[in-house]
Design a protein around this ligand. Structure first.
Ligand code: KG4
Ligand code: ZN
Length: 347
């Protein structure tokens, strides 16, 4: 059998993206972002993002097909993010994908964007080992997943009880005066600072809370501690050592994520850790995960930076997994689900 070819379409937030994946090969990958239009508001404005998706949809999908030297009739299936994400944004991508599937008479898969973030690692590292652990770190999600089969069975092992890591970074970044999204600014400044300059708490790691929540995360305390520290400095008329604040925050978050992920790998006897989501672009986290992975004999699979943030390749890759596994396509009237649970892989 020749390798399956899937067109993946993504519109959960501020990226309109489309890509073609054949087997485990990325054939084309096009991303249009409305990020700059949101920067002056300090966060994504759903109405602006939805309109940008409506404008970019046809050009982005056309370019993905042209770059691949293909026509719509050449793909075996279409996959589209059906959630989680902003409802208006999802509606644009899903409606467009349904129209394409109907016109070209192709099967369509409404997929879980979050699972796509981990599926994309297959483009670099090949198929998933059976029963592996995965760490999802995106703007809205921080969770440890047990992936028995990426097309059929995923369980949540632990999750954040409050803010996601990306959210925590974005909020502290705002406080420090960086534009949205703040994560990359904290990363850059963190590389210049002293990671031990400021004591930043590590949520749910010690005492009873740590025992009761071995795989859960909490980052709102981290955010508050940094905010208080910055306010106290300001009140005392002292200058804020921005690089040190960023480095200390990044070190605390990377350490908690890495240690909990390794603990999970031990418990689940997983020799591999799959990592995905926008926050996995973070350099402090990447370095820490590779370091602890080496210590624990765990192979850490982190996507290359351009595949960490939202893209169509992740959607297309998961689509290939679903078709290969013989999972039934979504019905033509499948709904979007802006709060799609993480154990739902496709609808
Ligand atoms: O996965 P993603 O692109 O969107 C969601 O599905 O949520 O993740 C976006 C998040 C934002 O919070 C952004 O600040 C963060 O990923 N991010 C980073 C870096 N690059 C993106 N956070 C820290 N360091 C980075 N280098
Ligand atoms: Zn994402």
């Amino acid at each position: 059998m020749s390798e399956l070819t899937v067109l993946g379409i993504e519109s959960t937030c501020d990226e309109t993206a489309a890509a073609i994946v054949r087997g485990r090969t990325l054939v084309s990958n096009v991303v249009a972002s409305s990020m700059e239009e949101h920067a002056r508001y300090g966060g994504v404005i759903p109405e602006i993002a939805s309109r940008a998706h409506a404008e970019a949809f046809v050009p982005v999908v056309s370019k993905a097909l042209t770059d691949a030297n293909m026509e719509l009739s050449d793909v075996d299936a279409i996959a589209v993010s059906a959630g989680p994400g902003l409802a208006g944004c999802l509606a644009v991508g899903v409606s467009g994908a349904k129209a394409l599937a109907w016109a070209a008479n192709k099967p369509i898969y409404g997929i879980n964007h979050v699972i796509g973030h981990i599926a994309v690692t297959q483009l670099q590292f090949g198929p998933f080992p059976k029963d592996t652990l995965a760490l999802i770190v995106s703007g809205g999600h921080t969770s440890l997943l047990h992936v028995e089969d990426v097309a059929r069975h995923v369980d949540v092992v632990g999750t954040t009880l409050d803010d996601a890591a990306g959210e925590c970074f974005d909020k502290v970044a705002r406080l420090l005066g960086f534009p949205y999204p703040g994560g990359p600014h904290i990363d850059r400044h963190g590389q210049l600072g002293d990671p031990h300059a400021i004591k930043v708490p590590q949520g749910l790691t010690r005492g009873k809370a740590g025992k009761d929540h071995p795989y859960d995360f909490s980052f709102s305390g981290v955010k508050t501690a940094v905010a208080r520290w910055v306010e106290a400095q300001q009140a005392a008329g002292k200058e804020i050592p921005v690089d040190d604040v960023c480095a200390s925050l990044a070190d605390s978050v990377a350490t908690v994520l890495s240690n909990k992920a390794m603990h999970g790998c031990e418990e689940y006897d997983s020799k591999t850790l799959i990592v995905g989501g926008g926050f996995s672009a973070n350099s402090q986290l990447r370095a820490k995960l590779l370091e602890v992975g080496k210590e624990h004999g765990v192979e850490v699979r982190i996507p290359q930076i351009k595949l960490c943030t939202d893209n169509g390749a992740m959607v297309a890759m998961l689509g290939v997994n679903l078709v290969e596994a013989g999972v039934k396509p979504s019905s033509p009237d499948f709904p979007i689900d802006s709060a799609m649970p993480m154990n739902v892989i496709s609808v």
